[in-house]
Design a binder for this molecule. Structure first.
Ligand code: NAI
Length: 306
C-alpha cells in the first residue's frame, strides 16, 4: 500500500508518523514549502532504529512523488490568520485544494482520498467535484475527531475509562456538529439514561467548543495530536479493509433526506472507501438539527466556484 500525505505541517507530519508506526503502508509526505517534507521525512526515518521498526517514509517537495498512491490524505491548507475572514480562508483553501485535487486526479486516479483541510465539509465536496472520483472514494475526517472529544469529556464527567464510551456525532465538522446523546452509549446504556439534560447540555457545549479552546491555549495553529490519531484510524480502516463503522464526511444522495452535499454521518469503511452509509433512526429534533447543519453547509457552498 502506498499512502501519500499532502501537506507536511502539524497534522500531516504527525499523521504520517502514526501511519508509519502502525505499518499501514509505504508513506510519502509532500509539501509545497521547500524542504519541510524532506526534513521531516528524514527525521521520521531516523526514529526507526530506536523504535525497532522498518517502516518506509519519504519526504519531497515534488507532488509527482504521490504517483500511483492507494490512499491520499489531504492536509494542505492554511489556518485562519488574525484579520482573515472565514470567507477569505474558504477562498484560499479552496484554491489550494483545487490544485492539489487536480494533481491527485492526474497522478493517482485510483486512490481513496481522505480530506482533512478545513472547512472540512466544503473541502470534501470540492475534492469530489474536482477529482470526479466516485463518491465512495472521497472521505472527510471530522466527526470522528469530534466524537473522540465528546467521549473524552463524558469519561471525565463520569469518572470512567474513555473506552467505556461509544460516542456518536453527526453533522458539519465545527460549530454545526451534532453530538447525539441518545445514540451515545456508556457501557452499553444510552447517555440520556445516565446523565440529566443539564449535564448533557454542558458536555455538548464543551464538545462543540473544544477545538477553539485548544486554539486559544496554543496561540497560533490548531489541534494536531487527536486529529492525526483520527486520520490514522480512518486510513487503517481503509487499508486493512476493516469494514468499520466510523463517523465521516460523506456525499449524501437522499440519505437522511439530504442531497448534493457532504456532511458527517456514520459510514462503513473498507478497501473501497465508504462501503455503506448508515442511516440512524433520528428523532424529530435530531432530524431538524441535521437539516439545519446541512443548510449551513449548502449556504457556504454557494460561495465556492469550481
Ligand atoms: P499547518 O499550517 O501546520 O500545515 C499545513 C501545510 O500545508 C503547510 O506546511 C503548508 O506549506 C502546506 N501547503 C499549503 N499549500 C500546499 C499545497 N498546494 N501543496 C502541498 N502543501 C501545501 O496546518 P495543520 O495544523 O497541519 O492543519 C492543516 C489543515 O487541517 C488546516 O486546514 C486545518 O484547519 C485542518 N484541520 C482539520 C481537522 C479536521 O478534523 N478535519 C483537525 C485539525 C486541522
Amino acid at each position: 500500500m502506498k499512502i501519500s500525505v499532502i501537506g507536511a505541517g502539524n497534522v500531516g507530519a504527525l499523521s504520517a508518523m502514526r501511519m508509519a508506526e502502525l505499518k499501514l503502508g509505504d508513506i510519502v509526505l509532500v509539501d509545497i514549502a521547500k524542504g519541510i517534507a524532506c526534513g521531516k521525512g528524514l527525521d521520521l526515518e531516523d526514529a526507526r532504529q530506536i523504535l525497532k521498526t522498518n517502516y518506509n517514509i519519504k519526504g519531497s517537495d515534488d507532488i509527482n512523488i504521490i504517483k500511483d498512491s492507494d490512499v491520499v490524505v489531504v492536509t494542505a491548507g492554511l489556518a485562519r490568520k488574525p484579520g482573515m475572514t472565514r470567507e477569505e480562508l474558504l477562498a484560499k483553501n479552496a484554491s489550494i485544494l483545487k490544485d492539489v485535487c487536480l494533481n491527485i486526479k492526474k497522478l493517482s486516479p485510483n486512490a481513496v482520498v481522505v480530506v482533512v483541510t478545513n472547512p472540512l465539509d466544503l473541502m470534501t465536496y470540492l475534492a469530489l467535484k474536482v477529482t470526479g472520483f466516485s463518491k465512495n472514494k472521497i472521505i472527510g475526517m471530522g466527526v470522528s475527531l469530534d466524537a473522540s472529544r465528546f467521549a473524552n469529556l463524558i469519561a471525565q464527567e463520569l469518572n470512567l475509562n474513555v473506552t467505556d464510551i461509544v460516542p456518536v456525532v453527526i453533522g458539519a465538522h465545527g460549530q454545526g456538529m451534532i453530538p447525539l446523546a441518545r445514540h451515545t452509549k456508556v457501557k452499553g446504556e444510552s447517555l440520556e439514561k445516565i446523565l440529566n439534560k443539564e449535564r448533557i447540555d454542558s458536555l455538548l457545549k464543551r464538545t462543540v467548543e473544544r477545538g477553539a479552546e485548544i486554539v486559544s491555549y496554543l496561540g497560533s495553529g490548531s489541534a494536531f495530536f487527536a486529529p492525526s490519531a483520527a486520520v490514522a484510524e480512518v486510513v487503517k480502516a481503509i487499508v486493512r479493509d476493516e469494514k468499520k463503522t466510523l463517523g465521516a464526511c460523506a456525499y449524501l444522495n437522499g440519505e437522511y433526506g439530504i442531497k448534493e452535499i457532504c456532511i458527517g454521518v456514520p459510514v462503513c469503511l473498507g478497501n473501497n472507501g465508504i462501503e455503506d452509509i448508515i442511516e440512524l433512526e433520528l428523532s424529530d429534533s435530531e432530524k431538524k438539527d441535521l437539516l439545519n447543519s446541512a443548510n449551513s453547509i449548502q449556504n457556504l457552498l454557494r460561495q465556492l466556484s469550481f
